[in-house]
Design a protein around this ligand. Structure first.
Ligand SMILES: NC(=O)c1ccc[n+]([C@@H]2O[C@H](COP(=O)([O-])OP(=O)(O)OC[C@H]3O[C@@H](n4cnc5c(N)ncnc54)[C@H](OP(=O)(O)O)[C@@H]3O)[C@@H](O)[C@H]2O)c1
Length: 357
């Protein structure tokens, strides 16, 4: 590993500390180095708060003059909730800048680099690029496509069932896997379920067996049929949004939840419109924890980006809630690991290649 990579790794590690607090902003970390020694570190800690570059400068224990900055995302060059970071870097005498990836925000996208160069700062782009893209995949999709990064979590028995039937709650995997899912919840902005899961499982969808913040809870309930005594409406532990049909309802809010009306399609909610409405709420990463009906609809429309498949080592007898997902060659497996007696596979949908001309 080169010294440059070591410092960029550190910037990426710092950026991760903002997970769960900065969305819909990206996670950004910054390291200032002088004479091959770190003199300042900072990260974007919360939405609306100072940017990573500003924090690193403020935290420096030596004058940052003539230092080199390592940042996992291109510095901003626009006045927003905070002053432009390009100007801050210049005013504090930073002479060189290693930037992992350009900011996909069209208002910045290369303009930050241009501004740094105009200030006479030497710029290098692309160090640890894949790691930085992976870290902010939610933000990148949200800002470029107006939809969240969609992660599907499934718990299946050894013989491929998600439960006994769609009117019974069944625990499929062990408590170790459940803790792992709670950890996954800390990394997303929102969780989405279908109406039947809300009704049958009455889940809380909060983070209880891991350290982190509770995500927003979202339910698809076309005709607003869900009773208001469910945990998601009663416990006040996180905000709840119900997506319902535009043909019957309009946007409204009660003390239980917020209702957002979206287009109906063949008697159900349009998933494309639902994802856009969810993104408009500032959700960059969305975890699906629903039953097979919603999973199948999402799969049919190729709307799932990433998958966490938890498999038990026990068969479920007399079950008819079959897992509709097949791990075909459309999926690239990132890793597979054992969690206690269960197994977890993480995979990502392969990008479709355009036919060669
Ligand atoms: N093992 C696991 O990983 C796991 C996870 C969660 C749940 N479960 C189990 O799954 C069962 C429930 O699953 P389920 O398949 O019956 O229901 P579901 O997927 O949780 O919910 C489906 C319902 O969501 C609403 N919906 C609105 N728009 C939709 C759309 N475009 N596509 C699909 N659904 C849409 C529909 O109700 P409206 O038409 O009324 O709006 C639909 O009937 C329960 O037994 C639960 O325990 C298992």
């Amino acid at each position: 590993m080169t010294g440059h990579e070591k410092y960029m790794f550190r910037a990426i590690e710092l950026a991760k500390l903002g997970s769960g607090y900065v969305s819909p902003n990206p996670m950004v970390g910054c390291v200032l180095v002088k004479n091959d020694k770190i003199i300042g570190e900072g990260f974007h800690e919360k939405y609306g708060g100072p940017h990573a570059e500003d924090m690193a400068i403020k935290n420096s224990y030596e004058l940052p003059l003539d230092s080199t900055a390592y940042i996992n995302l291109e510095p901003c060059c626009i006045e927003s909730k905070t002053p432009p970071c390009t100007k801050l870097l210049y005013e504090n005498g930073i002479k060189e800048c290693y930037i992992s990836i350009l900011d996909p925000n069209p208002k910045i996208a290369g303009n930050g680099v241009k501004a740094l160069k105009e200030f006479g700062i030497k710029v290098h782009i692309g160090l640890c690029k894949e790691m930085s893209q992976k870290l902010n995949k939610g933000f990148i999709k949200w800002i470029t496509q107006g939809k969240p990064w969609v992660i599907l979590k499934i718990a299946q028995s050894k013989n491929g069932f998600l439960g006994l039937n769609n009117s019974t709650r069944t625990q499929i995997t062990t408590n170790e896997s459940i803790c792992d899912v709670h950890n996954l919840r800390t990394k997303v902005d929102a969780i989405l379920i279908g109406k039947n899961t809300a009704l049958v499982d009455n889940p809380k969808l909060t983070v209880r067996y891991a350290k982190g913040t509770n995500p927003l809870r979202i339910i698809l309930d076309t005709n607003r049929k869900l009773p208001l005594d469910l945990n998601v409406f009663r416990d006040q532990l996180a905000e709840t949004i119900v997506l319902c049909s535009k043909d019957k309802f309009s946007n409204s809010r009660t003390s239980f939840c917020k209702y957002i009306a979206v287009q109906e399609q063949n008697g159900k909610l349009s998933l494309n419109e639902s994802l856009i409405a969810i993104a408009n709420e500032g959700v960059t990463t969305l975890l699906i924890e629903s039953g097979p009906e919603l999973i199948k609809s999402l799969m049919d429309e190729n709307l799932i980006d990433e998958l966490y498949l938890y498999s038990s080592n026990k068969n479920l007898k007399n079950a008819d809630l079959k897992n509709p997902l097949k791990l075909s060659n459309k999926w690239k497996i990132n890793f597979s690991k054992d969690i206690g007696e269960d197994n977890l596979i993480n995979a990502e949908r392969k990008l479709e290649c355009l036919q060669e001309l």
